[in-house]
Design a protein around this ligand. Sequence first.
Ligand code: NAD
Ligand code: MG
Length: 298
Amino acid sequence: MSRDQYTFTNPAELYSGLEPKKQHQPEPGLDAELEPKADLGEETYRGTGRLSGRKALITGADSGIGAATAIAFAREGADVAMSYLPAEEVDAQRIAQILEDAGAKALKLPGDLRDADYCRDLVERAVDGLGGLDILVNNGGKQVYNEDLASLDDEQFDDTFKTNVYAMFWVTKAALPHLSAGSTIINTTSVQAYKPSEILVDYASTKATINAFTKALAQQLAPKGIRVNAVAPGPIWTPLQVSDGQPQEKIAEFGQQTPLGRAGQPAELAPAYVFLASAESSYVIGETLNVNGGTPTP
Ligand code: NAD
Ligand code: MG
């Protein structure tokens, strides 16, 4: 299953030993209990100093895409503040250790993104602990499937929008006074923004919102030298999917409908975040970088 950013390989055959298997975890789900384990790039990501001296805040940094991004950022030379839920401490500790092993500072700042006060406090603690901030990755997210709008309760609708949309607004707004020219903001949308599943009405709506938020704010902040972009993952093997992100019977075939014919791994997302965070993407603004195994997007 060995992969890295440099080896010439067939992407359709990559990760053939890592097929998703039917299983269930309660929300928010843990990487520690995911079977088979996802690839976060722990063994493979090699940095080349592209984020040297940078200071990043990543929400949902304990597991999945956020954790793979945190590992890549640390190996590219950045210090990282990590937001996650207190129930995810075991995952967060493992990732923080990997960041420290890379020589990075890792700040663990658990809390609930549905709480505006936590979001604002998170930014202040990240800025204090890292000595500034110049990369913000809004990645924390909630996805719980629902087959019938009549049973989609107000609480879930509200929680999904709070976690995916309001938190992005609260954290970004609190971060702005600290971001100087050259800073970058990366939001996490989804292929669901363009190709919504019938069982993800609330979730897909938040992801379309994130795309519009990104493209509007990108124009507002470009003259200040702050670049805003988004990454749109396709089906990626993470705890989100096994904690009611999908119905149980769909887990085993998760990702097979993509042109590549398989689910993606978090490690395959991290280079997209590194590209958008680093100065090499200086002329890329308001873009959504799709990392989805080939599904066409607008
Ligand atoms: P994940 O479960 O590993 O990460 C999501 C993280 O969100 C959790 O680790 C948790 O820390 C955080 N979170 C959720 N609710 C929270 C709350 N109330 N307060 C604080 N933190 C909270 O799963 P992932 O798939 O890596 O998800 C990361 C992002 O990628 C999400 O925004 C998700 O919507 C997006 N995404 C995932 C997929 C996929 O197939 N896995 C596809 C498209 C987009
Ligand atoms: Mg998690």
